[in-house]
Structure formats: structure tokens, C-alpha cells
Ligand binder design. Structure first.
Ligand code: NZQ
Ligand code: ZN
Length: 395
């Protein structure tokens, strides 16, 4: 296991009926609030009114940044930063899924950044600037953005979708009420669950040895998602299913399963290019790529880990490691399919036309050629994209 720091200070307020705590939370940071939200789901579900009621009773002065896009755009970040500067905002309140929270993180930092917001994003993990305080109310279990310090911002004019992160962007407080996810559609529930699984798998398949704690915690979290996503799909207002998905979302990407292991992720870099060029749903892109990437990564050196994954996550009975590994990959594929996720690229409107440029960017924007679990060059990424053109079988 590698050395690591674990200092994730987000104050998590988990559970139902906790919105009355909002004034006390907001008052820690000031009176002027920028409320950040997406395309209107929070209005439909009645959450907007409940939040406004609390803020009004607390004498907050509220400004709004509405219409944050899924795959949030840099233009929206600029717009938010402008409001914060002009109105001298004290604290941001993001109410929504990962896109809304990511956008709010970037606005919080861009407000205090001297240059253009996109220049800030281009600094990626090297960005160390300050940010305004951020409080979140999560409405979709998926990204883990509610308890990590990264945000992913898209620039459609350059076909770039890049993560930027700094300790200052970590939410101060996050409200996680599973009831706020009852209205999430089947498609987004399945996509969000695929994203959680992918975060766990990206951290699980790393070259660092001797990480039983991280790996066994990951296996337990994967099993929780695999069990609870189908329940939430069938019974959208099953509180415990939604609660388990929500807490798994948070724990999958707050450092718990990733710290102490090094190496670049593999599927996220490839997926971010699909989203950058085709604006698809992040979790769906990951579900399509993951089993094909697994087949690419399975070899004599990695087979032991893939067999462990098959045995401990999927309860595969086959004892021959290579065969067990293949069955585990098949089960991963079949699981996503059983959640009604489209499992080929043509089903989400993507053909081979841009594979070459997307593969090049995936390699250029990340360390997958040198530092991934199984290193990938441009032609490897292209062949993984190609494998996603048709249905697959792994055994
Ligand atoms: O726009 P609204 O009206 O809010 O509707 C959203 C959106 O259409 C809707 N939704 C959210 N909560 C809902 C709801 N609909 C009904 N009821 C509710 N309670 O769902 C749609 C998708 O929302 P979005 O926020 O885009 O989804 P998600 O949470 O999956 O976020 C995806 C974004 O996060 C990035 C992705 O790349 C993508 O841009 N990621 C962020 C990460 C991070 N910050 O650590 C890591 C991830 O790997 C990921 O890259
Ligand atoms: Zn993700």
C-alpha cells in the first residue's frame, strides 16, 4: 500500500427530514446565497419551494444560477462567477446531481480566479486557488461529487471535457436525503449506478499490491450497488434501496477506496471523450466501455485480480481463474444490460467516425499510456471503441 493523506472534511447530513438544518448551515458562511440548479427537476419535485422557504425564513438574499446542463458547460461557469462577483456572494448552494454540483464547484473557484474560467479548468489537478464555500443538496446518486474536491467541465467549442480539482472545492456541507432521489428516472438511476460501480472498479483494478482494506471495502460497495439498483428501478420510492445507492455514491469516490493506490483510471478517460464529442450520459458511456476494457485488460498478469473480482463480487463458482475472470466480465455486461442500459455505441448515436480523434485525446489528456492498470496507446483505445460497436460475448 502507498502512503496517503485522508482529510475529507465535508459535513455529511444523511437522511430524511433534515432541511430544517439548512439555515444553521448557511449561517456559518454568510447571508448572500447563489442557488445553483439544473433544468428544472428540483421544481417539479417540490424541492425548490422547500429550499426557498428555509432561505426566506432565514432572511437570506438569494440569487440564482439555473439551467446547469448535464455535462456542465464552461459558459455557465463564467455566468455564475459573474453573478458571484457582482453580487458579492457569500456561499453557493447547489441543489441537484453531479453536473450541478460540479458547476457550482467551478463557479466557486472561478469567482476568485483572476483569469478566464477555462484557463482555470486547464490547470486540472494542479489548480490550487481558493474558492467560495459550497453547500450541496444531492438529488442523484452517481458521481460522489458531494464529498470530493473535483468537478468536470465541458467546452463544446474545443470538444474538451476535463476535470479540475483543488482542496478548496470540497463541499463544506452536503445534505444526502435518499427521498430526494425517488423521482430520478430509470435511465438516470441505472446510469448513476453504473457510474458508482465504475468508480469502484477504476480504483479496484490498480497495480498497487497489498490493499486488502480498499479492495474488500470496494467489493462490499459493488455488491451493495448490484443488489440495490434493480430494487430502485422496480420500486423508485424504496427508501433503503435509494439510501444504499446514495451512500455508496459518496463512499465510492471520497478517497476511501482509492487512496493508497496509484495509477491512472482507464474507462473514465475514454468515456469523457465520448461525452465531449457526443454529449452522452456519463454512466451509460462507462457501462458500454467497462466490459470491453476488462476483456482488453485481462491477461496472465491481471488474471488473479479479475478472478478475485468474479468470485467476491459476482459469486462465480468456476474455480479456474481465467475462466472465472471471463464469467465475471460476462456478468458485468449482462448486469448493465438487465438494467436496460444501451450496451453498444450506435444505440447512443455514436459510430466509428471520430474514434481516431477521441482515442488520441483520451491518451493526450490522461496518463493512460504510461500509468494505467494495463497501459493503452491510441490504437488500443480505438480497438476498445470498435469493440463497442456491436453486442459482445466474453465466455
Ligand atoms: O437538470 P436537472 O433538472 O437537475 O435534471 C437532471 C439531469 O437531467 C436529472 N435529475 C437529477 N436529479 C433528479 C433528476 N431528475 C429527477 N429527479 C431527480 N431527483 O438527471 C439528469 C442528469 O443529471 P446530472 O447531474 O448530469 O447527472 P450525474 O449526477 O450523473 O452527473 C454527471 C456529471 O458528473 C460528472 C460527469 O462527467 C457528468 O458531467 N462526473 C463528476 C465527477 C466528480 N465530480 O467527482 C466524477 C464522475 O466520474 C463524473 O465524471
Ligand atoms: Zn464517473
Amino acid at each position: 500500500m502507498e502512503n496517503f493523506n485522508f482529510h475529507v472534511t465535508t459535513d455529511i447530513r444523511f437522511g430524511k427530514d433534515r432541511l430544517a438544518e439548512l439555515p444553521e448551515v448557511i449561517n456559518q458562511f454568510g447571508k448572500k446565497v447563489l442557488l445553483v440548479y439544473g433544468g428544472g427537476s428540483i421544481k417539479k419535485m417540490g424541492l425548490y419551494d422547500k429550499v426557498m422557504e428555509q432561505l426566506k425564513a432565514n432572511d437570506n438574499q438569494v440569487f440564482e444560477l439555473a439551467g446547469v446542463e448535464p455535462n456542465p458547460r464552461v459558459e455557465t461557469v463564467r455566468k455564475g462567477a459573474e453573478i458571484c462577483r457582482k453580487e458579492d456572494i457569500d456561499v453557493l448552494l447547489a441543489v441537484g446531481g453531479g453536473s450541478t454540483i460540479d458547476c457550482a464547484k467551478a463557479v466557486a473557484a472561478a469567482t476568485l480566479y483572476e483569469g478566464d474560467a477555462w484557463d482555470m479548468v486547464l490547470q486540472r489537478r494542479k489548480f490550487q486557488g481558493p474558492a467560495l464555500p459550497l453547500v450541496t443538496i444531492l438529488t442523484l446518486a452517481a458521481t460522489g461529487s458531494e464529498m470530493n474536491n473535483a468537478g468536470v467541465i465541458s467546452n463544446l467549442s474545443t470538444n474538451q471535457k476535463l476535470g479540475v480539482g483543488s482542496p478548496s472545492m470540497l463541499p463544506k456541507v452536503s445534505f444526502l436525503d435518499p427521498e430526494n432521489t425517488f423521482t430520478v428516472s430509470k435511465y438516470q438511476t441505472a446510469a448513476g449506478s453504473a457510474d458508482i460501480l465504475s468508480h469502484l472498479m477504476e480504483n479496484y483494478f490498480k497495480r498497487t499490491e497489498g490493499t486488502d482494506v480498499q479492495d474488500f471495502v470496494s467489493e462490499g460497495l459493488m455488491r451493495s450497488v448490484i443488489k440495490n439498483c434493480p430494487v430502485a428501478l422496480k420500486y423508485p420510492d424504496d427508501y433503503d434501496a435509494r439510501a444504499n445507492l446514495m451512500w455508496a455514491s459518496t463512499l465510492a469516490l471520497n478517497g476511501l477506496t482509492g487512496n493508497g493506490k496509484t495509477g491512472s483510471w482507464s474507462c473514465h478517460p475514454m468515456e469523457h471523450e465520448l461525452s465531449a464529442f457526443y454529449d452522452i450520459t456519463h454512466g451509460v458511456g462507462l457501462a458500454i466501455l467497462t466490459p470491453r476494457w476488462m476483456e482488453y485488460a485481462l491477461n496472465d498478469e491481471t488474471v488473479a485480480k479479475f478472478a478475485q473480482f468474479a468470485w467476491n463480487v459476482w459469486d462465480v463458482e468456476e474455480r479456474v481463474p481465467m475462466m472465472a475472470a471471463r464469467i465475471g466480465i460476462q456478468k458485468t455486461y449482462d448486469y448493465f444490460k438487465s438494467c436496460d442500459i444501451p450496451m453498444t455505441l450506435p444505440e447512443v448515436g455514436i459510430n466509428e467516425e471520430k474514434f481516431a480523434i477521441m482515442a488520441k485525446q483520451a491518451v493526450d489528456h490522461n496518463a493512460i499510456k504510461t500509468d494505467a492498470y494495463v497501459p493503452m496507446d491510441v490504437s488500443d483505445v480505438e480497438s476498445i471503441y470498435e469493440a463497442c460497436l456491436t453486442e459482445s460475448s466474453f465466455v
